[in-house]
Design a binder for this molecule. Structure first.
Ligand SMILES: O=C(O)[C@H]1O[C@H](OP(=O)(O)OP(=O)(O)OC[C@H]2O[C@@H](n3ccc(=O)[nH]c3=O)[C@H](O)[C@@H]2O)[C@H](O)[C@@H](O)[C@H]1O
Length: 436
């Protein structure tokens, strides 16, 4: 109180001015003036305290902020409404799925399929510039039309992830956000560690702390088989010889997933995708840029092995992959932990999702030539030592048994659908070339 009695001006100049004349007033008046100043000061201090508390509570990222709109980036009542609406399943038994990498190739297809069958889907994507951002924006429009809202943000943003889990009870997380591409890892190695390891750990941290914990299904890669030469690749085969940093980060992801399953009781399923292709695909992949370059009359480099064989891939069509992803979500058992505490052993699975029929890249080029009716300017090149492996071939018997996974699209049929989409998309035609 003593400090209030002295004439030091408060922090709001103009409201209280020290009156020098007060020294000459009658003691009674002086005491009255002092009393009134004191009341004013108390009143303003009280007002200041109330305002301070009000604004502090508004900006606090506590769980209670769920009901306080417009206070949390990228929050706001409208944003929150969209998030909740997008994530709400149509019926009571439906899943509530967070799809990371939703504006990506596989992410878009999976999100649309989930939404169509009545599940609630919230997308998350950072819209990075690894490849043509316009393609990602176009996919986003497709998703919007299907009723899927994409939150624009990074899986490394812990505050954002916590906020999403705060607003929505996700029953499942379909984690597809990643730094993809085997060759780009030599140009930008850190982006792989950032997304595929750092981002994944961040996401698992939030999942393990959720109450209840969601089921996690995520995209690993056929590249984990690396230099393994035993064919076809089975889940039991060795995966300790990665040929690229991309593969190494996906392999690390599998080990990290195991740790979170073991310590926290998270139910986790890893899906090893085998060279996925199709409409709305990734422009950094060979089938995509071969199409572009063949149409432009540009030379394409077709890799072959040291003993003169074309490299081969177990190319897998997107619709088959989507079926595998949905089956993995549907057959997953619940996580056992909650709020960061394990309550019992939880399911841990790894599946190959391939096509079981490797095709040489030279054959891929032949199919494209006949679909595009343009002769490719091929240049045969030795397989560069930049992360590529000579061949991939999936054994899918485990996925067949546990997921009912059964790929039905051969490369010719799948590429036909891709080329039809490609020509329509890049001609700007509004004609529908896929089911959405
Ligand atoms: O299954 C996976 O887990 C990975 O699949 C995909 O990798 P890859 O199988 O290497 O596909 P992609 O680059 O299309 O090359 C296809 C073929 O063309 C050959 N290839 C490539 C380029 C070139 O100029 N010439 C060439 O012959 C090349 O040697 C190869 O034989 C994803 O990109 C990756 O993110 C990951 O998901």
């Amino acid at each position: 109180m003593a400090s209030l009695l002295d004439t030091t001006p408060p922090s709001t100049p103009g409201k209280f001015k020290p009156d020098k004349s007060s020294a000459y007033l009658h003691p009674h008046h002086r005491s009255l003036r002092l009393h009134s100043s004191l009341s004013k000061l108390t009143f303003y201090s009280f007002l200041f305290l109330i305002l301070f508390l009000f604004f502090f509570l508004l900006s606090s990222p506590s769980p209670s902020s769920r009901h306080q709109p417009n206070t949390y980036p990228p929050g706001g009542p409208l944003w929150e409404k969209k998030v909740v609406k997008s994530a709400r399943p149509k019926s009571r038994g439906g899943l509530t799925v967070l799809v990371t990498g939703a504006a990506g190739f596989v992410g878009t297809h999976v999100s649309v399929s989930l939404k169509r069958r009545g599940d609630g889907v919230l997308g998350l994507d950072n819209f990075n510039h690894y490849y043509d951002i316009n393609l990602k924006r176009a996919r986003q429009k497709v998703l919007e039309r299907s009723g899927v809202f994409i939150v624009e943000g990074d899986i490394n943003d812990m505050t954002l992830l916590k906020k999403l889990f705060d607003v929505v009870f996700f029953t499942h997380v379909m984690h597809l956000a990643a730094q993809a591409g085997v060759r780009y890892a030599m140009q930008n190695p850190k982006s792989y560690v950032h997304s595929n390891i750092g981002g994944f750990v961040n996401l698992l941290e939030v999942c393990k702390s959720a109450n209840p914990q969601p089921v996690v299904v995520w995209a690993s890669s056929s590249s984990v088989y690396g230099l393994n030469s035993k064919v076809p690749f089975s889940e039991k085969d060795r995966t300790d010889q990665p040929a690229s940093l991309y593969a190494a980060t996906k392999k690390a992801g599998e080990e990290i997933a195991h740790t979170y399953n073991h310590i926290y009781g998270l139910s986790i399923t890893g899906l090893r995708f085998f060279t996925v292709y199709g409409p709305w695909g990734r422009p950094d992949m060979a089938y995509f840029f071969f199409t572009k370059d063949i149409l432009k009359g540009k030379e394409i480099g077709v890799f072959e092995t040291a003993d003169g064989r074309s490299v081969a891939r177990d190319f897998t069509y997107i619709d088959d992959i989507v079926n595998g992803c949905l089956a993995a979500l549907d057959t997953a058992k619940k996580s056992t932990g909650s709020g960061g505490k394990k309550r019992g052993p939880a399911q841990f699975r790894v599946f190959n999702l391939g096509n079981t029929s490797p095709v040489p890249v030279s054959r891929l080029v032949g199919i494209l030539e006949s679909l595009l009716q343009v002769k490719a300017k091929k240049k045969v090149l030795p397989l560069p030592r930049n992360g590529d492996v000579e061949f991939t071939h999936a054994n899918i018997s485990l996925a067949q048994k546990d997921l009912g996974y059964k790929p039905t699209t051969d490369l010719e049929t799948g590429l036909k659908k891709f080329v039809r989409w490609y020509l329509s998309y890049y001609s700007g035609s509004k004609k529908k070339t896929s089911s959405w």
